[in-house]
Structure formats: structure tokens, C-alpha cells
Write a protein that binds this ligand. Structure first.
Ligand code: SF4
Ligand code: SF4
Length: 447
């Protein structure tokens, strides 16, 4: 294939460029129909590389609080804007049909979904489901419904679960976003009067998308926006034949985002390791004894941050309540009690920490000194008195250094043949003098 020259849109975005790529929205018509009118045409704005220029994204909301939508609008790497204007080379431009943020409304909006369900889009699409899926049979028994979008030919609300059923077979991928959609979440918690369930439970183990993928799960309550946008970009690259199939774990989570625990990347993990624990909220130490489940929870918020690599639970003083896990919320309740497992692990850390901490302080004290200060037996600090190491501490450090340099090269000129003749010392300036001693002698000799 001949190499294409790629012209990247400017950053930050300018209005004229966005307009050139996505057109001026006409609130009265369906955006999917507008896209259809652009076919065929090499000039159709879309991916800057690869055969697929445009992919539609149908966002459905079931038993949801819209928190996932809010989280995704905060994504930065890549941002939703990057995806919507096709700014990433090789990633097809995303045409988003979202019940809250789309500009069309009413029939013009649901027309997009109908075109997809009838196979008339003439472009691939993905389905994104936010919120859990309630058992509509329970509501129908009393003539109601739990969550719907649009009306059928009998003027009855169409449940979002029906849309999911109709769209899932032809979708390149079905992506469940947030813990309600991935594992049932709060609506499916103990009691569960609506019979709520996850997308995976609703579509079943045999479900495969048009690309052959089971449901992709991006959990979190709310999820990290970047986890979603990065996964979508990776799936779209694959769809365009320009990237490998992203790695998912046995529960359909993007493996590279969810294979570590909160604890492994926590900013407070050093306190845990030294056995220092917070007794109250607001303290800076490890929060495990006031209810943090981080050591057993798969979530990357401690390294990725909540928005733009900033924030995140422990970074801002919160405990981990396991919101990304299939057992959330019941298996992590009550949130104000410490997890039973900490009786063993934090007691062990406390015991080991009580030995390790004082030893580390001694080493720290030695490493806090310049070599020169030891020679002069004086620290020329104007800030305060710095105590010299005691004889016991010196003896400990003597053996510590022996061990440190065992079978290794010790820095500095230690061998006789490496020494300067005449005992020249490096550096040659003595404390309180500005000219090296030998130079001073030479100057004096010259008169
Ligand atoms: S606050 Fe939680 S995640 Fe962080 S070190 Fe303590 S137990 Fe681990
Ligand atoms: S650290 Fe815990 S509570 Fe916070 S987002 Fe991750 S799983 Fe949820």
C-alpha cells in the first residue's frame, strides 16, 4: 500500500477544523442519515488511515445514574473530542448517538438506532450500555416499564433492553460501561426489586458480537473515563485492521487496565509496608484499618487518576470500597468496617514494620550526610545543629558498608596505584578555603 501523508488536526482544536470534519449539525435530521448521504466518497471525513472511515456508537442507558456518561466526558487520553473528530491516526471517526449529549431529539434520534437494527447503516457500529438491565417482565405485569427509549407502533415505550437485544447481533462490539452494566451494581444489590442484572447476564455466555467478541466490560462506579476511551480506541484500531485485538481477561475486562490491585499502585502503600495506619479519615497513612479494600481490588485509579491523571480515591483521602468488582456493593459492606483479612496482613506489617523502621532511620541518617562532612566531623548547616553519628551507629554502618560493597567496586580512588602522587586529594579545597591547597602552595612559591 502506498504511504499516505497524514495531516493531523491542530491542537488545541479550532472551531473551523471541527466543522470541516463533522459538519454543521442539523437538529431536525438523523445524524446516521446524514452520514449515509456522504457515501460513497473519498472525501468523507474520517480515519486518517485504514479502510474504515466511520464507526457509529449507540449509547443506551438502563438503570443508571448517568455517572458513566459524566466520567467519559472527562476522559483526556484520548478524549471524546479526539474520537468524535477522528483525530487519532487509524482510529475511525466515531459518530455518537447518546440520549443526553446528542443534538437530535425524538424520532430523528431514534431513527439512528432503527437504521442500525435494520442493517441499513452502511457502516460498522458498537453498542455501549450504561446502567443495569431491569427485568421488564416485572414492570409489564403492572402495565409499566423500568427504562425505555422511544415508542413503538402502538405508542408504547421501547425498553432499552429491547434495543440492546435488537442491536447486539450486528454490533462490532458490545461494551458495558460502569459497574451496573458490567456486574449489576447497585440496582442489583441485595433485595433487587427490579430484577436487575448485568449486560453479560442478560445476553448470556453464548453471545458473540459480529467481530466474535463476548461483552467487553469496563467496570467502575463511576469508571475512569480514560479506561473507556482508551479501550474504544484500541477496539476501533483493531476493527480498522491497524492494531492487534486488545487483551481481555476472563471477565472481559481490558487486561492491561485491570490486572493490578489498587494497593499495588497506591500512594499510601509505603505506609502499609512499614506498618503505619490511619485511625481516622483525613490522615495521610494507609487507610486499611478504617475500611480500605485496596489490597484485593482490581482497579487502576491509583495510577491513572480520576480525570487527566489527577485525583482518585486514596490520592484524595478515600478508602477503596471495591466499586470495580463483581461483588460490589454487598460483598464490600459495611463500608465503615475494616476488611476481616487485615487482622492478619496489617498485624504482620505492623510487627515487621516495628523492626524495619528504626533500621531504616539509621541508614537514612547516614545517607543524609556528604562524605566531606564525615571527614571534617562537622556539618556546616546554618539551619540547625546536625548530630554526629554515635559510636554504635558508626559501627553498624561500618558493617553495613562492608556488606554493601561486598563483591562490588567501591566508588572513588581506593587502590594505591590510582592515588595522585604527593597525596593530592580530590577535591583539594579544604573546608573554609577557596583555593585548593596545592595551588595555594604553587602561588606562594611564584611569589
Ligand atoms: S490505603 Fe488501601 S490501597 Fe492504599 S496502601 Fe492502604 S490498603 Fe493499600
Ligand atoms: S479505588 Fe476502589 S472505590 Fe476507588 S474507583 Fe477503584 S475500585 Fe472503586
Amino acid at each position: 500500500m502506498a504511504q499516505q501523508e497524514i495531516k493531523l488536526p491542530p491542537s488545541p482544536l479550532v472551531q473551523a477544523d471541527v466543522k470541516a470534519r463533522v459538519g454543521t449539525p442539523d437538529l431536525l435530521t438523523s445524524s446516521a442519515e446524514r452520514e449515509l448521504q456522504m457515501i460513497p466518497g473519498d472525501n468523507r471525513p474520517g480515519a486518517m488511515l485504514g479502510p474504515i472511515k466511520v464507526v457509529h456508537a449507540f449509547w443506551l442507558a438502563g438503570m443508571s445514574c448517568d455517572g458513566c456518561s459524566v466520567a467519559v466526558t472527562g476522559a483526556t487520553a484520548p478524549s471524546v473530542e479526539d474520537l468524535l473528530i477522528g483525530r487519532l491516526p487509524g482510529v475511525p471517526r466515531l459518530v455518537l448517538h447518546h440520549p443526553v449529549v446528542s443534538v437530535e431529539a425524538g424520532d430523528a434520534f431514534t431513527r439512528n438506532f432503527r437504521l442500525a437494527a435494520e442493517g441499513k447503516l452502511n457502516a460498522p457500529y458498537v453498542v455501549i450500555y450504561e446502567g443495569s438491565i431491569a427485568d421488564e417482565r416485572l414492570a409489564a405485569a403492572t402495565g409499566g416499564y423500568w427504562s425505555g427509549m422511544g415508542f413503538d407502533e402502538n405508542d408504547q415505550p421501547i425498553p432499552t433492553s429491547k434495543w440492546l437485544q435488537d442491536l447486539s447481533a450486528g454490533a462490532a462490539a458490545v461494551i458495558a460501561i460502569g459497574t451496573c452494566a458490567t456486574w449489576g451494581g447497585i440496582p442489583a444489590a441485595y433485595g433487587n426489586p427490579t430484577g436487575s442484572m448485568s449486560v453479560m447476564d442478560f445476553l448470556g455466555a453464548d453471545y458473540r458480537s459480529a467481530l466474535g467478541l463476548p461483552v467487553v466490560n469496563i467496570p467502575g462506579c463511576s469508571p475512569v473515563g480514560d479506561n473507556f476511551s482508551e479501550t474504544v480506541a484500541a477496539v476501533l484500531l483493531f476493527l480498522n485492521g491497524l492494531g492487534p485485538l486488545p487483551e481481555f481477561d476472563e471477565l472481559g475486562r481490558p487486561a492491561w487496565l485491570f490486572n493490578e490491585t489498587v494497593h499495588q499502585r497506591c500512594v499510601r502503600a509505603g505506609y502499609y509496608e512499614e506498618g503505619i495506619f490511619a485511625d481516622e479519615y483525613g490522615e495521610k497513612e494507609c487507610l486499611v484499618e478504617i475500611g480500605c479494600w485496596g489490597p484485593v481490588v482490581q482497579c487502576n485509579i491509583t495510577s491513572r487518576g480520576a480525570i487527566n491523571h489527577l485525583g482518585g480515591c486514596m490520592n484524595t483521602g478515600g478508602i477503596c470500597i471495591g466499586c470495580t468488582m463483581p461483588g460490589f456493593p454487598d460483598r464490600f459492606a459495611p463500608f465503615y468496617k475494616r476488611p476481616p483479612g487485615t487482622i492478619i496482613s496489617s498485624s504482620g506489617a505492623r510487627m515487621i514494620g516495628s523492626f524495619v523502621r528504626p533500621l531504616r532511620r539509621i541508614t537514612m541518617q547516614f545517607q543524609n550526610r556528604e562524605t566531606r562532612w564525615d571527614k571534617d566531623e562537622h556539618v556546616p548547616s546554618g539551619w540547625g545543629h546536625v548530630a554526629a553519628p554515635s559510636k554504635v551507629e558508626k559501627a553498624i554502618h561500618y558493617f553495613y558498608e562492608k556488606w554493601q560493597y561486598l563483591n562490588a567496586a567501591r566508588p572513588g580512588r581506593t587502590e594505591k596505584e590510582e592515588m595522585y602522587p604527593g597525596g593530592y586529594e580530590v577535591p583539594g579545597v579544604r573546608s573554609g578555603e577557596s583555593v585548593p591547597a596545592d595551588q595555594e602552595r604553587e602561588l606562594r612559591r611564584k611569589g
